[in-house]
Design a binder for this molecule. Structure first.
Ligand code: SAH
Length: 354
């Protein structure tokens, strides 16, 4: 059965038109689904009974099953969701003041194998379909609605490399930004990439979302080691593609930079990073390494993190430290998919006692 979550309300309207169903019915269905989070056609009371039956026989509105929700003391919630083919994916809901940001996954696992990232250790299972990306947002909205809250931002920073699943990611973004669906401004959606250079322009041409680039190193020698994709698309090419990416006025790209103790956290590293960031007119998001059992890298001391930030800012870069959220439930950057099931429960207890 096809999933209705893969369609924008406009596409549903065309589909209805082809079947002789009036267009306003599509808006009604979208409103039940996205404004009221009613997935069951039988409960869509203002639709004719016969249409409800036809829709139920044609369309599916649930692609992911909620398996677990783990909440960290800081309010971050990790949603563990099950796919139809019995895989598990994770999405993370992060409250920040009035913002409610959802970090979504775009693939089951990841093929890039960055040396410090837990998801990379899993290898690639498969691409997620557009409806599976949209469903992560719908699940998040269901949770938020229970607290009288709404989703405000989406970041593609969960499992997977979004630009290696571009068609589904773009289609999901069309649904997330559609006025009759999630109605999120594209400026509130950020796609993060490890640097699949030829796809940057394709993303920018398809949807005007914000771009984050996972830089992590300022030389090819080190970046080759940390982000193996760099061997195909070296820094100079990546920076060229960044310069060509359409950035909204008064906005900037972001560079993510995982701080790894003794690897990329020296004062000299901070100065080269500042030079690159200024050249690219990008702001820098420092992410102190989130440690996990599958990686030998360590997080620098708080003093080193502060010093790195100070050198960076002194050298004229605009930078912040992302004090990662949800570390104690293995929901922080690069920890998704680190472990599963009971094992993860045991490890999150260890981690919070650290
Ligand atoms: N594949 C995309 C999307 C993932 S975003 C990308 O690479 O951008 C997840 C972010 O967390 C990336 O910047 C990633 O490099 C970073 N990350 C991965 N593992 C990490 C870890 N252990 N500690 C801190 N950041 C990590």
């Amino acid at each position: 059965m096809n999933s209705l979550l893969a369609l924008t309300p406009d596409e549903l309207r065309s589909d209805f038109a082809a079947a002789g169903v009036p267009g306003f019915r599509a808006a009604q269905v979208a409103s039940w689904l996205y404004a009221r989070r009613v997935r069951d056609f039988a409960a869509m009371a203002n639709l004719p009974r016969e249409l409800r039956a036809t829709l139920a026989a044609t369309w599916d509105t649930r692609t992911l099953e909620r398996i677990d929700v783990r909440e960290a003391p800081d309010g971050t919630r990790k949603l563990v969701l099950g796919t139809r083919d019995a895989a598990r994916i994770e999405a993370v809901l992060i409250p920040e003041g009035r913002r409610q940001t959802l970090c979504v996954s775009s693939q089951i696992g990841c093929s890039l194998d960055c040396s410090f990232c837990a998801t990379g250790r899993m290898g690639l299972g498969r691409n997620l379909r557009a409806e599976e990306i949209v469903d992560q947002a719908l699940h998040a909205c269901e949770l938020l609605a229970a607290d009288g809250k709404a989703l405000t931002h989406v970041v593609f920073m969960g499992m997977g490399e979004p630009l290696l699943n571009l068609a589904s990611v773009v289609q999901a973004i069309r649904v997330l930004t559609h006025a009759e669906a999630f109605a999120l401004s594209p400026k509130r959606i950020t796609v993060s990439t490890a640097g699949v250079v030829p796809r940057l322009a394709q993303l920018g041409a398809a949807v005007p979302v914000r771009l984050a680039v996972s830089l992590h190193a300022t030389t090819d020698a080190l970046r080759d080691e940390l982000v193996p994709l760099n061997r195909r698309f070296p820094l100079a090419k990546l920076l060229e593609a960044c310069a060509a990416y359409p950035v909204a006025r008064r906005d900037r790209l972001s560079f993510e930079y995982a701080l790894l103790a003794g690897v990329n956290d020296s004062d000299a590293d901070a100065r080269s990073l500042a030079r690159i960031a200024r050249g690219a007119r990008a702001k820098v998001n420092l992410i102190p390494m989130n440690e996990h059992p599958a990686s030998p890298y360590r997080r620098p001391s708080e003093a080193r993190i502060d010093a790195f930030l100070a050198v960076l800012c002194e050298a004229g870069a605009s930078a912040t430290v992302r004090r990662s959220r949800g570390d104690d439930i293995l929901a922080a950057c690069g920890q998704l998919g680190a472990l599963s099931g009971a094992q993860a429960g045991a490890t999150s207890a260890d981690a919070s006692g650290r």
